[in-house]
Ligand binder design. Structure first.
Ligand SMILES: Cc1cc2nc3c(=O)[nH]c(=O)nc-3n(C[C@H](O)[C@H](O)[C@H](O)COP(=O)(O)O)c2cc1C
Length: 241
């Protein structure tokens, strides 16, 4: 029986089933992006570490599953799948659950991405609601499975935000492609004007000194650095320029 919405946790669970690590990597990326978007609680778990009978108690679950053998699920998905296919589970068993499925496979196989396709259909038939359509990663894509994962994640975050805006209060951080922030950053910026520093005339030396103190950004004007920014980082921040 479905739990009432007031009892359900405001957390995102990412369940993955992986044989050789790709789906695990993809799931960890989903988790990182959700955290970056300010999601209050994110748990990334292998499917065999999650009791499928507890699924109705969750509210938001993203599944990331690969394909093995000839359209078979990875070992870590087998018990979970056996449970989910029980006839005793009714059409409303997962009512109140919002989910999304991303599959990893290879389109040269006849049974392309079968576990993801079957899981997506079964969850829907058990009463769960899709956050977005399933995504299918393909080894044959020039960028591998990420060729499909990148655009799928953008849609996932936007759809999830529409479902519940409080789940991703900083959605722009989640979907910003060039800014990876781990945790809340507190940054103190100190400006150094190169011409006023009489002891250092060579801008390259100035840059190296600033870099040796802390991560630094340099601003260029016609090829020359005009200012140095010394950034004191109190939490972990990556900025890709
Ligand atoms: C032995 C083997 C069998 C595979 N069988 C299939 C298959 O039947 N259908 C499919 O779509 N992909 C198949 N794949 C492709 C994998 O699903 C794909 O490489 C995926 O990224 C692996 O993810 P993982 O590292 O998380 O297990 C197979 C790959 C291997 C190595």
């Amino acid at each position: 029986m479905a739990a009432s919405s007031s009892e359900l946790p405001e957390r995102l669970v990412v369940l993955y089933a992986s044989q050789t690590g790709n789906a695990m990597d993809a799931a960890e990326r989903v988790g990182r992006e959700a955290e970056r978007g300010g999601c209050p609680a994110v748990d990334v778990l292998s499917m065999d570490c999650f009791d499928p009978s507890c699924l109705p108690r969750e509210r938001y679950v993203v599944f990331v599953v690969s394909t093995m053998g000839q359209g078979d699920p990875p070992d870590s998905m087998k018990d979970f799948w056996t449970y989910l296919t029980r006839k005793s589970l009714g059409a409303r068993w997962l009512e109140g659950l919002f989910y999304a499925v991303f599959g990893l496979g290879d389109s040269t196989y006849g049974k392309y991405n079968y576990p993801a396709k079957k899981l997506d259909r079964r969850l829907f038939n058990l009463g769960a609601e899709r956050i977005t359509e399933k995504g299918l990663g393909d080894d044959q894509h020039s960028s591998g499975y990420e060729g499909a994962l990148d655009p799928w994640l953008l849609i996932l975050w936007k759809s999830l935000n529409q479902t519940n805006p409080s789940l991703l209060p900083r959605i722009s951080d989640a979907i910003h492609p060039n800014l990876n922030i781990l945790g809340d950053a507190k940054v103190e910026v100190i400006y150094y004007s190169a011409p006023q520093d009489t002891t250092i005339s060579d801008p390259k030396i100035l840059i190296e000194r600033a870099r040796s103190m802390s991560p630094a950004l340099k601003y260029h004007n016609e090829g020359e650095p005009q200012f140095m920014l010394q950034m004191k980082l109190y939490t972990c921040v990556y900025i890709h320029l």
